[in-house]
Design a protein around this ligand. Sequence first.
Ligand code: PRX
Length: 643
Amino acid sequence: MADDIIAVKPEIAAKARVDAAKRDAMVAAEARDADAFWRSEMTRIAWMKEPTKIKAVDFTGDVSIKWFWDGELNASVSCLDRHLATRGDQVAIIWEGDDPNSDSKVTYRDLHARVCKLANAMRKLGVKKGDRVCIYLPMIVEAAVAMLACARVGAIHSIVFGGFSPDSLASRIQDSACSLLITADEGRRGGRKVPLKANADEALLACPSIRHVIVAKNTGGTVAMKDGRDHWWEALTAGEPDTCEPERMNAEDPLFILYTSGSTGKPKGVLHTTGGYMVWAAFTHDNVFDYRDGEIYWCTADVGWVTGHTYIVYGPLANGATTLMFEGVPSWPDNGRFWQVCAKHKVNIFYTAPTAIRALMRDGEAPVRKHDRSSIRILGSVGEPINPEAWLWYYRVVGDERCPIVDTWWQTETGGILISPLPGAVAQKPGSATLPLPGVKPAIVDGEGNILDGAAEGNLVILDSWPGQMRTIYGDHPRFAQTYFSTFPGKYFTGDGARRDADGYYWITGRVDDVINVAGHRMGTAEVESALVAHQSVAEAAVVGMPHDIKGQGIYAYVTLKAGVEPTEALRKELVAWVRKEIGPIATPDAIQWAPGLPKTRSGKIMRRILRKIAANETDGLGDTSTLADPGVVQELIENKVG
Ligand code: PRX
């Protein structure tokens, strides 16, 4: 089943702007003269000064990546100003609230005015080019306005997902020394309120760099406002003009920082710059989703993740699209919500995550069939491997076997999609992200870094740069070179494993490092471990991913308690709550196993390979345990496995 090929339907190929021949021509043009190819693609966005230099990249040594590097632009102009003459009255953002009775529409003209007002107010607060601004907002229109207002004044935004705890928010603000925080009174999700301002107040006790806080009124809930520091958005912006001179930015000036988990304890501030990122966002959004003027495009992600940055805000708005922002969750008020919203707004392109598909699949076909999905033309998937069963259900039930599915592989670091079918050009195989986009050069290498040809399985690397690639880790360039370019020198290492079949199709097998992917969200095992050991009863902890039917992976924690502490059910619950409080609900452990000892080598290194196998119930093939200091520990853990 998994190797089924679903050919591009002739009627889809006939209408697609990129069919197989056109795709071949793009790949050939890029191969023939990459500079010429990108010189032509860069005109997708608006430049104040057109670049003459296209690319200067070195993946060795200190690693340096530059694209369009003598060009000047402002990202907000590409997303707003240049649409005003042609589509000022077109809806830019359809906002659909958590409550099914609340929605609103914002035209390009309105959005431009709202962005300019906020940008003017930010300048008055002293925000300048290069300053860092933290955004901690729910999925409300203000989130897009705040991003674009930062871009307008040349400030670097750093969005922190609203589900993160005060501690997680504080550490991200501290790492990039943000001077302004933009938040809201409260968020709403699935009928519940999220106390964003209260969380922010707690975080800010440890954030002396923050001079001002702008608070959007969302639920109207009561919040504390600190005199001189906190300002209501509405009052602050009301008297501001609705035009604002955009800052001239070099193509390589930073646009945003987004923190993401890696193998070590501290999340990394992935830094994206302006020119290359914007070209990549526009290029991929247009080609992968075959976007047509006038269509309604819906990506269900949150702007707190990279998917929301590139495929709710920057890509769609650069292309003049109507983008839908959804505040709610797929299961509230009932599990037909996605399809109800598709019917209500006549959504043409729908982009979501496998975890949502698997959760909805469990509830059967009726909630889907109840709603009219005839407007949908293209379906997308992102964030984690999609199993063929879920893929086929999505194709058959949601798309009525009419709509191509684009399974898009990419990462926070890549800025946008790298491997994906183009819907009118590439035959799909359920579970495969298929082929690289034109200009993307993936390879599979073995443990020693040798490039494997033909059908092969190993580590996924990218051999050369693409415009949307991250440029550095904020404030720590050596860590950037070390993390991504030292495992296989001269190549960008993705951290993913992959298989390539005889047709050249890529099948992502999942992370090969100590990162786990929980419901499409990246979580570093080390982050959860350091949260656990911060608890007074915990002596040691080891965290691994375990297979999970809905979430793809769940969090499995082995915990060694301090001498004399009793392992009780109450303590287990307390530790789960502790991790939620330390990091946020997305890090909630699914299982905690009391471990009197952990399997270690004689040099004291925890053998995670063994812990992963125990958590996955794969204890038949534990492999070589002869290097263990105390082999008895393993038997103990197997016998007391949880779940
Ligand atoms: O393991 C891959 C998985 O998600 C990781 C990137 O996570 P993040 O930076 O949070 O970005 C998520 C949204 C782009 C990758 O290293 N991943 C993402 N998309 C896919 C995927 N795995 C398989 N198939 C995909 N389509």
